[in-house]
Design a protein around this ligand. Structure first.
Ligand code: SIN
Length: 381
């Protein structure tokens, strides 16, 4: 019988790494019965209801960014992880396609920065969508075809652009943060008890079915009292949430399309990782239908505008095999400035950041860094 994750860890060892490898393994496939599924779970000994503040936004304000009324959100906490909030798909039917289209068509545009900029000229990465859409619109021929730029996209940064080499943000490397994502993030964080959250930096991660994201802590932001917000679209993932040290065995949970996660308080600086991408449980058929009917159902005052059938054809083809995750961060506290020179607490603790987008069977000793690769990105442990 396949072993469950909890039974493989011995005391004193790097439990996170062991469980990461457990869920990443293809052959034989792991036992997934320990994985928390918030889309199904009624509160249990592990999963507890999370308290939200429904007075922070009206139903109309929620709908403007594509969200259900706050009182309808299914929000949970996890026993042993104070400050962690999981909101199981709070989006209105028909609004996810807008956010998917933004992630694929709008946010990769200049002046935002992406992995392809590391080894391609600005004119080559100027119009990733335009250079990819035709190939993604025609049905696959069955022959091996070169990957489009969109399929080679691995990350995009927004606002204060994260520097993967120095693991810092800086005042000099900043472009305007998208206003729609800013509003969505403000609404959600306010309902979670963080009024005045200011979205200053975003990282979009684009996962193919064999991608993974290595074990790390997001600590480069200067104000850790502000939460970290995460949105998932497309295929599902296993997300591991650990402790403050690698010996703490992580909890595994599914992230499905539309799910939102807030890491705050004591959970803000915990180790986490994505060892595996999995097919969405019921496929993404519902999402696809919604994309086509969206145009007629939205009113003009909404931030979330209609997605054309043409655009949706490209998006839906892409997310049939991919997942997009968006993390939104406030970098500076109120009145705070960047230090003159990068200080040691700005994420220079390389020990904590062990790898990104591990796609090979055993990548823990990989040497490539995330910033300059469009395929596999790993950082040495
Ligand atoms: C991250 O930790 O930066 C992203 C996690 C995810 O893809 O869910």
């Amino acid at each position: 019988m396949a072993k469950m994750a909890a039974s493989i860890v011995e005391s004193g060892e790097d439990a996170f790494r062991k469980i990461f490898k457990f869920y990443k393994r293809r052959n034989p496939p792991p036992d997934f019965s320990d994985v928390v599924d918030f889309s199904k779970n009624a509160p249990s000994d592990k999963v507890v209801p999370a308290k939200l503040d429904a007075s922070t936004m009206s139903d109309v304000e929620a709908a403007r960014v594509g969200l259900q009324p706050v009182r309808a959100w299914r929000a949970f906490g996890l026993q042993g992880y104070p400050g962690f909030i999981f909101i199981s798909n709070p989006f209105l039917r028909g609004s996810q396609p807008y956010w998917v289209r933004q992630c694929l068509k709008t946010y990769p545009q200049k002046p935002n920065i992406c992995n392809l900029d590391m080894h391609m000229s600005p004119s080559d990465t100027q119009d990733i969508w335009g250079k990819s859409e035709h190939s993604l619109r025609v049905p696959p021929s069955g022959k091996r075809e070169p990957k489009t730029l969109l399929e080679r996209l691995r990350w995009v940064t927004l606002g204060y652009h994260y520097n993967w080499d120095t693991k810092t943000y800086s005042a000099s490397n900043c472009t305007p943060f998208p206003s729609d994502l800013h509003l969505l993030s403000s609404q959600i964080t306010a309902a979670c008890g963080f009024p005045g959250f200011n979205s200053e930096a975003g990282i979009l991660n684009y996962y193919r079915s064999d991608s993974s994201l290595g074990i790390h802590v997001d600590e480069s932001e200067l104000d850790h009292s502000r939460p970290l917000l995460s949105f998932s679209f497309g295929q599902s993932a296993i997300f591991l949430l650990g402790g403050t040290c690698r010996q703490d065995a992580p909890t595994a949970m599914y992230m499905h399309s539309g799910d939102v996660m807030v890491m705050s308080g004591q959970s803000r600086l915990l180790y986490h990782a994505v060892p595996r991408i999995l097919p969405a449980p019921q496929g993404l058929g519902v999402l696809e239908m919604e994309g086509c009917t969206l145009a007629s159902s939205l009113q003009e005052s909404t931030v979330v505008g209609p997605v054309s059938e043409e655009d949706w054809a490209v998006c839906s083809r892409y997310i049939q095999s991919s997942r997009v995750n968006v993390t939104v961060r406030q970098v500076l506290g109120p009145g705070q400035n960047f230090p003159e020179t990068p200080s040691s607490h700005q994420g220079t603790d390389t020990d904590k950041e062990v790898g990104y987008h591990e796609e090979r069977a055993d990548t823990e000793n990989g040497k490539r860094k995330r910033g300059d690769s469009d395929t596999v990105d790993t950082v040495e442990t």
